[in-house]
Design a protein around this ligand. Structure first.
Ligand SMILES: Cc1cc2nc3c(=O)[nH]c(=O)nc-3n(C[C@H](O)[C@H](O)[C@H](O)COP(=O)(O)O)c2cc1C
Length: 186
């Protein structure tokens, strides 16, 4: 279901801007390693991104996240959270933060850089929100997107897409329109 949303978003962007350069990262294919909590990333505080001691694909992804115009985090809701795999990735985002009298993002926020949080739950709307299953995914997703420099954050929460074709189409359409809207901002 989540892939339906991201694909529709992509189609919407491409509809407005066929030349848009879109890179999709499937965490399942990259299988990020766990953050070891070694704090190597906290050594240099002035850089826009700390150096992660783990040399896997996530390092490059984090570097790119400080440059992209639009960053989309997409995950189904599992046990009132993002998936374990997405959580593993979230934990690897520590190099985007610095600890100096509290935690703060390293990159200056720009309204021209957009972050999107896309979630898909089994529970229908508005219960997915009322029951707070999107609370952690949105809160932490926003925190990370802002730390990468996104000054404008959009959230998209789809519910019960698998229940019937009409609901699935409704959300796919909404995601397509969001894609068009985002592309029109550039
Ligand atoms: C292990 C597991 C846990 C889930 N936990 C929740 C949950 O807490 N709340 C909810 O509304 N749906 C939950 N669901 C349903 C999924 O969020 C829903 O089916 C979603 O649309 C799946 O997206 P996908 O097809 O991209 O995997 C869960 C599904 C699985 C497999």
């Amino acid at each position: 279901m989540t892939a339906t949303l991201t694909k529709s978003l992509e189609k919407g962007i491409k509809n407005v801007n066929p030349k848009a350069d879109i890179k999709t990262i499937m965490l399942l294919e990259q299988e990020p390693e766990y953050c070891k909590g070694c704090n190597t990333c906290q050594k240099e505080k002035k850089k826009s991104i700390g150096t992660c001691a783990i040399k896997d694909d996530v390092r490059k992804t984090l570097e790119n996240m400080t440059k992209y115009d639009v960053i989309v985090f997409a995950s189904p809701i599992y046990e009132f959270c993002v998936t374990a795999l997405m959580k593993k990735f979230y934990e690897r985002c520590l190099p985007l933060f610095k600890f100096e009298r509290g935690i703060s993002g390293r990159n200056k926020k720009s309204k021209k850089r957009i972050g999107v949080i896309m979630l898909s739950s089994g529970a229908p709307t508005p219960f997915n929100t009322i029951l707070r299953m999107s609370r952690y995914p949105v809160f932490v997703g926003k925190f990370i997107l802002k730390s990468a420099g996104c000054g404008s954050i959009k959230k998209f929460i789809a519910g019960a897409m698998e229940n019937n074709k009409k609901t699935k189409e409704k959300y796919a359409n909404k995601a397509y329109k969001l894609g068009q809207k985002i592309a029109n901002l550039f």
